[in-house]
Every structure is written in structure tokens, then in C-alpha cells.
Design a protein around this ligand. Structure first.
Ligand code: AMP
Length: 504
């Protein structure tokens, strides 16, 4: 059986001139992708960087996919870090991962870091374009239980956790997407999610493995709907992968429909609740497309359940189901003591199967707390609450303090720990504002020490600016309120319920 890398490389022989990856500025053929990734892999091996994971810092630059593949060809897992991530957080990822090489096609990274060699855009271009070297030997390719990529997610301690996804995990996931979603060879895939978010894996590998074209929508486009729509139209997207939030934003424009995008055949959603209302609207606007709701955490490789959303399903169920597990995976609903609960009873969703990660990189305590073995298979305790009904799985929200805001996974405690570290802050809590079961905003309640700010909005501006040094902007609460103290429960914890009632 061919490895993922070998399967992708085959397109360089079968359809060398097909575009493998394109963004708003340029494109890369399968032939070029193979040449560039081979050249980079040779460079990594020859310079002795093949023992540690490699940080790939950037956004959707045309070199990104070549760097990912070059790394895994050299035997290194890659760690995608979006250029919007603040430097302080990047430093934590470098320290935790032990990476000694950072490759970036982005001009944004200006600061030198002692422990790590940084390959900047000019040097990268020259490495990628070198043709004098031979193809790398397939023996160095990442395979089976070696890590293919590591994605850092929000962690409750204020430090990000690195989820290690092996080649076997990724193969289980990609095989399923290519088999059960009726995708065809050579289709045109939309990539909306930043590469540091595992939703992007749902389009990168199905696209590259089926000889398709991956079309990246950069962040700057998303902020300009007119340009975004023109781009989507011109690029004749056939497979759409996004969060429900992104499609909801698109649907605010009445022109977003089958007439504008007649080529769309498949919608794949994951990452947050798909509401009946959004699904109904979408089905009306794209009556000939197949719409799938899928569910899963980064720790089980993107998604593990799926359901095709039809009118019948929308009318039968509210909320919508998140579907049935993929063939090689089992899902159990468990109580706090690990007992399997019967259908219809809600409990924690536990995922068992070959796409479950081996754990968090260099973080045994967190790994042991979240993973276990069931019948010899790797299992992950999701922290999600759910139940089965008529064979379908339903999502009931989180058991802990994790939220999804605009598709981003955020541990509320991650924000709180960063806020509490600011010298001016005495204590703080962050509360999610919920609507129809979905987090729509974050509200920070702070007790501050003595300060010289005249007005509250000056203080808020200062706190937000300070936080932007430690957290990406999507994690910074929009609203701030100032209290003289935080209410406590009888067991001495902050009384979040009381605060929620006061605020909302
Ligand atoms: P991430 O690791 O960023 O993919 O986030 C995983 C979390 O997103 C899951 O544990 C769920 O809480 C949530 N999630 C993923 N898919 C869905 C879905 N289809 N419906 C509701 N929540 C979802």
C-alpha cells in the first residue's frame, strides 16, 4: 500500500500540469509541487534537521504546501502556525515542540529566535527552486505511526497543546472522505480555514490525494465580501469545506446561491453547530448540492462522524444530528465512571479508532487525562456531551469551559490565565454569550488594581493591546466590564452561573 506522500507524488506523473494549489496571486502544478518538496526534503536531510518537527509559519502563501510535503518527505512532522499568532505564543510552541527549524514564506516574522534556525522567504525560494538534487529516498518519508503534522490547540493552562497526528491517522481520515462523500478525481476544493486549524486538513489531503486543485481564500478576502464572491465565482469551486459560521456570513448576501456558484457539488461542514435554519437556507439556495454535517476534534483527525443533510433530516430533527461514525471508528457515550450509557441517554462522547491521535507532544499529563485504550484501540475523551437516537449521534454542548467562536476552538481558561498574568489585573473571568446553543461573543469581567486610566474605555484598550502580545485576536474578548470583586460559590470558586445571570 502506497503512503500518502507517494500517492500525492503520483499525480506529478499522471497529471503533471494540473494545478495542485493556488491562491489569489499564483498557482503551483503537481509537477512543481513534487520538485519543490523533493528539493526541500533533500535540503532538510543534508543539513541534519530531520530529527525534530518543523514549524511552518505563514498564511496561505503558495509555498506552504510544498513546505508541508518537503518536511514529511524528510521524515519530519510539520507544525503549521498561522502568521496571525502572536510571537509570545509561537515561542511557547517552539519550546514545547523542541523544533530547531522554522520555515516561513512570510515577510512578517522579523524577530530572531536563539534556539531555532529560521529559513526566510529569499532563502526558501532558492532552496525550493534548486533542481540539482535527486529525489529524496522514500525511506525517509513519514509513515505509519510517525507524526505527519502537529496542530496546536488552545489549552486550559494558558499554554497551547500540540496534537500529534500520524500518517496512519491521516490515512484513516482521508480514505473515509474520499470513499463516503462521493468525491471525484480532479475536483476543485475551497480552502477557507487557516492551515493551523485542522479543518483545513479536510480539503488539503482529499484534494491532493485525488489529483484535485486546492484553492485558498486568504484572510484579507474574507473581510471583503465583493472580492471574495468574485474569487469564488472565477475559481469554479466544486467542493466547499468551511465552518457553518463562514457559510452563514456568505448567506448574508442574497446572491450567494446556485446561480452564482453553479459548480458546487458538495458542502462539508465541521467544527461547530450547523443550525437547522442555516441548513434549510443552504438547501434552498443549492438544491442540487450534497450537504454534509461532520463532527470531530483535532485529537481524532478532523472529523469522525457524518450525515447528509436532506429536507427530511431537517424536518425530522432539531437540533440536527452530527451523524454516524466512519466505518473504522466506534463512538461510546460514557458517564463519569466510564460506563457505557444506553441510547437516548446523554454523556461524554468517547471516540475509539485508528484516527485517534497518540497524544499531545511532550505533555504526558494532558495526554493521560484525555486518552485511554479501549479493546486495544486508542480512545479519546472529547469533553463533548452527546447522545444517540435512531442510530444518529447528537451534540449537546461541552462538559467543560471550551467554546467555539466563529469556528475557532478556545479554552476559556486559556484566555483567563493570560489575562490574570497582566500586572494590572487582580482577578478576571471570561463568560461566553450564548445564542441558540452557539457562542456568539466573549465577555471579560475584571477586577483591576489601582491605575491611572481616566476612562474605562482607555483601560479596555490598554488590556486588549496587552493581550494581543500573548493571544491571537480571535481569543481576545470583545466586551470588558469592571467589578470591585467576583462573586464566589460556597466551595470558593468564581460563581460563573451568578455572573451569567447578572449579565445576560
Ligand atoms: P477542533 O479541535 O477545533 O476541530 O474542535 C473540536 C470541537 O468542535 C469538538 O470537540 C466539538 O465541541 C466542536 N464540533 C466539531 N464539529 C461539530 C459539529 N458538527 N457540531 C457541533 N460541534 C462541533
Amino acid at each position: 500500500m502506497k503512503s500518502i506522500i507517494e500517492q500525492i507524488d503520483q499525480w506529478a506523473i499522471h497529471t503533471p500540469e494540473t494545478i495542485a494549489f493556488q491562491n489569489s496571486e499564483s498557482s503551483l502544478t503537481y509537477k512543481n509541487l513534487k520538485q519543490q518538496s523533493d528539493a526541500l526534503a533533500n535540503w532538510i536531510v543534508n543539513n541534519n534537521y530531520s530529527n525534530n518537527p518543523i514549524i511552518v509559519y505563514g498564511h496561505m502563501q503558495i509555498e506552504m504546501i510544498s513546505i508541508f510535503l518537503g518536511s514529511v518527505k524528510a521524515g519530519c512532522a510539520y507544525i503549521p502556525v498561522d502568521e496571525s499568532i502572536p510571537f509570545e505564543r509561537l515561542k511557547k510552541m517552539i519550546a514545547n515542540s523542541g523544533a530547531t527549524l522554522l520555515i516561513t514564506p512570510s515577510e512578517k516574522l522579523e524577530i530572531e529566535i536563539d534556539s531555532i534556525t529560521v529559513i526566510k522567504p529569499d532563502e526558501l525560494k532558492s532552496i525550493l527552486s534548486s533542481t540539482t538534487l535527486n529525489s529524496p529516498l522514500t525511506e525517509t518519508f513519514v509513515k505509519d505511526d510517525e507524526s505527519f503534522y502537529i496542530i496546536y490547540t488552545s489549552g486550559s493552562t494558558g499554554d497551547p497543546k500540540g496534537v500529534q497526528i500520524t500518517e496512519r491517522n491521516l490515512r484513516s481520515f482521508s480514505d473515509w472522505i474520499l470513499k463516503d462523500f462521493h468525491l471525484q478525481e480532479g475536483q476543485r476544493f475551497l480552502n477557507q480555514a487557516p492551515f493551523s486549524f485542522d479543518l483545513s486538513v479536510m480539503d488539503i489531503y482529499p484534494s491532493l490525494l485525488s489529483g484535485g486543485t486546492l484553492i485558498a481564500v486568504e484572510k484579507s478576502f474574507i473581510e471583503r465580501p465583493k472580492v471574495l464572491f468574485e474569487f469564488l465565482m472565477e475559481n469554479e469551486i466544486e467542493v466547499w469545506t468551511s465552518t457553518p459560521s463562514f457559510v452563514e456570513m456568505c448567506m448574508m448576501n442574497p446572491n450567494y446561491n446556485e446561480e452564482l456558484l453553479p459548480n458546487i457539488k458538495t458542502f462539508l461542514f465541521c467544527g461547530e453547530v450547523l443550525s437547522n435554519n442555516s441548513a434549510k437556507q443552504l438547501l434552498n439556495r443549492f438544491p442540487n448540492a450534497s450537504i454534509y454535517n461532520t463532527y470531530g476534534p483535532t485529537e481524532a483527525t478532523v472529523a469522525v462522524t457524518f450525515v447528509k443533510i436532506t429536507e427530511e433530516i431537517i424536518n425530522q430533527y432539531s437540533p440536527l444530528p452530527i451523524g454516524v461514525p466512519k466505518e473504522d471508528t466506534k463512538i461510546y457515550i460514557m458517564d463519569e465512571d466510564g460506563n457505557v450509557l444506553p441510547d437516548g441517554t446523554a454523556g461524554e462522547i468517547v471516540i475509539v479508532g485508528p484516527s485517534v491521535s497518540k497524544g499531545y507532544l511532550n505533555n504526558l499529563a494532558k495526554t493521560d487525562a484525555a486518552y485511554m485504550q479501549i479493546n486495544g484501540m486508542r480512545a479519546y475523551k472529547t469533553g463533548d456531551s452527546g447522545y444517540f437516537e435512531n442510530g444518529q449521534l447528537f451534540y449537546k454542548g461541552r462538559i467543560d469551559f471550551q467554546v467555539k467562536l466563529h469556528g475557532y476552538r478556545i479554552e476559556i481558561e486559556d484566555i483567563e490565565n493570560n489575562i490574570r498574568k497582566l500586572p494590572i489585573v487582580h482577578s478576571a473571568v471570561v463568560l461566553p454569550e450564548m445564542k441558540d446553543g452557539k457562542c456568539i461573543d466573549l465577555h471579560c469581567l475584571v477586577v483591576v488594581k489601582e491605575h491611572d486610566f481616566e476612562k474605562e474605555f482607555h483601560l479596555t484598550r490598554y488590556l486588549k493591546q496587552q493581550l494581543s502580545n500573548f493571544m491571537p485576536s480571535y481569543m481576545i474578548p470583545r466586551k470588558f466590564s469592571y467589578l470591585t470583586s467576583l462573586p464566589m460559590t460556597t466551595n470558593g470558586k468564581v460563581d460563573r452561573k451568578n455572573l451569567m445571570e447578572q449579565i445576560y
